[in-house]
Design a protein around this ligand. Structure first.
Ligand code: PLP
Ligand code: SF4
Length: 352
């Protein structure tokens, strides 16, 4: 196919020289970006480059992946481990924060490196993935913990693992009676859709159900190739969820998120979480604050189908976990509740 030849001709962009050559950064920004590159990994796939070149009129895709000098600004409250994963790591690769589910991070590489990533200190092309022995120990931990009902593959990006390795993990987990659900959080369908092959999909069908949560932040990311990759997954019976990070100057507007969430539902992806940005180092230029998220969610509620409404969540810094952060429509009153409708009018709901 012409398209495949086309893709193999292009490589993933990884260096500041390539960014300059491709016109993604100006030559005079080079030394600032070089400093960014010393700390945080860079990768922009051919697929994303094409999107940036052909349909990114608002720049909402480019700003997610093209490094900027603003990343050199570290604010005092930005943490290396913004959500406190380290305290909940009993075995390398496992994060066990909640009793019924564990995160298994078997791989630390990604197809692209998002500039706002909350695991940016851990991920990168040279970061160490679990070796065979470590993976065995991590799976053994899950096998010995009967309370683990769900295993969530994260990373890094789990769909960057070879399909055979994914199949091995899924097969091992499927043999554990207490593990009922497998979930993957991934950027691959949106950033490298050509990786969604038949072999990969077969690996995702070993443990039923396997849910795939696809990370997408801007409607312009949903190109024909991306949509087709998602359709291959949905057609294979794999339930799809959408995961979005609220990002300043990218998607912090109700109209942009409405377009994104409608489009996701149209292609069979149910918006799950809208994340308030975590305090990862060098990401303050992306943060909007909680109130901005609440306001957008308020604008969407009522005007937009309930299918298109994710839950706005915050991962509380320090390892206290994720919670919904509103907006809240209820207030306790003497004999029941005051409930706010979608137009902002308050009503008494009596409880007797
Ligand atoms: C986010 C997260 C989960 C998943 O939480 P859900 O609310 O079930 O999506 C599980 N474990 C850890 C450590 C997490 O950070
Ligand atoms: S794909 Fe996920 S883990 Fe990888 S850089 Fe982006 S947000 Fe971080």
């Amino acid at each position: 196919m012409a398209r495949d030849d086309d893709l193999t001709k292009h490589r993933t962009t990884r260096t500041t020289s390539e960014l300059v050559e491709q016109g993604l950064i100006a030559p005079d920004q080079r030394s600032d970006i070089e400093r960014v590159a010393q700390q945080f990994a860079i990768a922009i796939t051919p697929s994303v480059l094409e999107t940036i070149a052909t349909r990114d009129s608002e720049g909402g895709v480019a700003r997610q992946y093209v490094p900027s000098a603003a990343e050199n600004t570290i604010t005092p409250d930005e943490l290396d481990d913004p959500i406190g994963d380290l305290a909940y790591t009993p075995v390398k690769g496992i994060i066990h924060r909640y009793p019924d589910r564990v995160l298994l991070n078997a791989i630390q590489t990604c197809a692209v490196y998002c500039r706002f990533c909350f695991r940016r200190e851990q991920v990168g092309p040279s970061a160490k993935s679990l070796n065979a022995e470590e993976l065995h120990a991590a799976l053994d931990y899950i096998g010995k913990h009967d309370a683990v009902w769900e295993v969530i593959l994260s990373g890094g990006d789990p769909l960057m693992m070879p399909p055979k390795k994914l199949a091995y993990i899924a097969t091992t987990l499927a043999e554990m009676k207490h593990v009922k659900v497998l979930r993957l959080h991934t950027r691959v369908p949106a950033a490298a859709p050509e990786r969604i092959t038949t072999e990969l999909i077969e690996a995702l069908r070993i443990l039923t159900p396997t849910y795939v949560a696809i990370h997408v932040n801007h409607p312009d990311e949903l190109t024909a190739d991306v949509t087709a990759a998602c359709a291959r997954l949905a057609d294979a019976g794999i339930p799809l969820l959408g995961q979005t990070v609220l990002l300043k100057n990218i998607n912090d507007r109700a109209d942009v998120l409405e377009r994104l969430f409608r489009r996701l539902i149209e292609i069979r992806i149910r918006p799950y979480y809208l994340h308030v940005g975590d305090k990862a180092r060098g990401t303050s230029h992306f943060r909007t604050g909680v109130a901005a998220g609440q306001k957008i969610m308020q604008q969407l509620r009522g005007n937009v189908s309930g299918l298109c409404q994710p839950t706005l969540v915050l991962d509380i810094p320090g390892g206290h976990g994720k919670v919904p952060v509103g907006p809240c429509y209820t207030e306790q009153a003497a004999d029941g509740f005051l409930v706010t409708d979608v137009n902002g009018n308050r009503h008494t709901y009596r409880e007797d």
